[in-house]
Design a protein around this ligand. Structure first.
Ligand SMILES: Cc1ncc(COP(=O)(O)O)c(C=O)c1O
Ligand SMILES: Nc1c(O)cccc1C(=O)C[C@H](N)C(=O)O
Length: 404
């Protein structure tokens, strides 16, 4: 396909108008929105209003003018993106903390089931938090198996299967429907980490019959660095599970100021402390960008952008570790190369921001709201040049930074 073909695809692209909603630096090709999404213009205005008016002028009155309901209001805005009902999602804390809450609760459902089952090579925080959760429950343990062995490892001692739907390194995607069904047949609950799925691939937790989920909002949802995460509990579990972090915001009557804890009905019991309103304001503005955007259109465009980079990678002789079948992958593409770190640095020096994942993965995110076909084609051309002329072998590209 030629540059003109990609220009024609951009001209016909229903999502092309979304690009103007983001404050991306001119000339930059940003292929790292799967790690930190860019700043929406609306966020700047929302933060100004939050700081100057809501905090500055309205002060504590703002708690009754929209702040106290922010966790459930934002949860309701995320719900359609993950195929959940609005009363099944709440926003607060980090993905790591939310994982702890849900894993701890799931471990206490059936005393005969004390195992968290997960995937070797899952995103580290998922496994680290699972270690912490089992350490707090006598007799509990973490079982980690290869992704191909998950279904067979669903023994009768498993309390909860913890999986990241789209793998952070390879973009491999689990079959949510099939694995949820297999987990239920084995008598366990399933907890999906949707950090690399939400805003990227169409997710339907209700259709899959999923029990629990968490996910990150600073990647494809563009909520800002460290934006509060979300937590999902299917309605049928809401009265049966309780948070181990029984803070006052999860109390049925926080402003009764009682000594004894009694959990709220519904999703509010998953709150612990006071919501971080500055961060909530940024996230709400970015969620509003998603209102009215069809997730299937986003996914179709992602698949088209993926093919452009896959072709460039093939032409450059790179090994692609992301599945070619769109049904089995997420919205990034990863190439394995012994000099992946240096290649990522050489690309950054040429205005293409992607990232590197230890030890040998070059990862490029495809975010249809602000990347066009021609943009991705240009990134692919730059990638081909960097490989062909071996410019990545320059010594300055070997220097590792603290955050990669
Ligand atoms: C699969 C997955 N889970 C969780 C996280 C992050 O958790 P937290 O926001 O708590 O750092 C990430 C990325 O940072 C991730 O890729
Ligand atoms: N959360 C991050 C951070 O605080 C610093 C650097 C990167 C991140 C990330 O989000 C990493 C990301 N989850 C990943 O998939 O690799």
């Amino acid at each position: 396909m030629t540059r003109d073909d990609h220009r024609a695809a951009d001209a016909a692209d229903p999502l092309a108008i979304c690009r103007a909603q983001f404050a991306l630096p001119a000339g930059l090709l940003y292929l790292d929105g799967n790690s930190l999404g860019p700043l929406p213009h609306a966020t700047v205005a929302a933060m100004t209003d939050m700081v100057e008016r809501q905090w500055g002028q309205r002060l504590i009155r703002s708690w009754n003018e929209g702040w106290i309901d922010a966790p459930t209001r934002l949860g309701a805005k995320i719900a359609p993106l993950i195929g959940a009902h609005s009363h099944e999602v709440i926003v607060g804390d980090s993905t790591s903390v939310n994982l702890y809450k849900l894993l701890s609760a799931a471990l206490r459902v059936d005393p005969q089931r004390r195992v968290i089952l997960s995937e070797a090579g899952n995103f580290p925080t998922d496994l680290h938090v699972a270690e912490g959760a089992v350490a707090a429950v006598p007799g509990a343990s973490l079982r980690v198996v290869d992704r191909s062995a998950i279904a067979d490892a669903l023994a009768d001692d498993v309390a909860v299967l913890l999986l990241t739907h789209v793998h952070y390194k390879t973009a491999e995607r689990f079959d949510m429907v099939a694995l949820t069904r297999a987990t239920h047949e084995a008598g366990a609950l399933v907890l999906w980490d949707l950090s690399h799925s939400v805003g990227a691939v169409p997710v339907d937790l209700t259709a899959a019959g999923a029990d629990l989920a968490v996910g990150c909002t600073y990647k494809y949802l563009n909520g800002g660095p460290g934006a509060p995460a979300f937590l999902y509990v299917a309605e049928r579990w809401q009265d049966r599970l309780a948070s181990p972090l029984s803070g006052w915001m999860g109390h049925v009557e926080p402003f009764a100021f009682t000594d004894a804890y009694a959990p709220s009905r519904g999703m509010k019991r998953w709150l612990a402390g006071t919501p971080p309103m500055l961060a909530m304001a940024a996230l709400e503005a970015s969620l509003d960008v998603w209102a009215g955007i069809d997730r299937h259109t986003v996914w179709e465009k992602s698949a088209a952008l993926w093919t452009i980079l896959a072709d460039a990678g093939r032409a450059a002789g790179l090994e692609c570790v992301t599945p070619a079948d769109p049904a089995h992958r997420g919205s990034h593409i990863s190439f394995r190369h012994p000099a992946a770190y240096a290649i990522a640095q050489a690309l950054i020096a040429r205005g293409v921001i992607g990232d590197f994942r230890d030890p040998d993965i070059l990862r490029l995110g495809l975010t249809p709201l602000y990347l066009g076909h021609e943009d991705v084609w240009r990134a692919g051309e730059i990638l081909r040049n960097v490989i062909a002329d071996r410019s990545y072998t320059a010594p300055e590209y070997r220097q590792r930074q603290a955050v990669t």
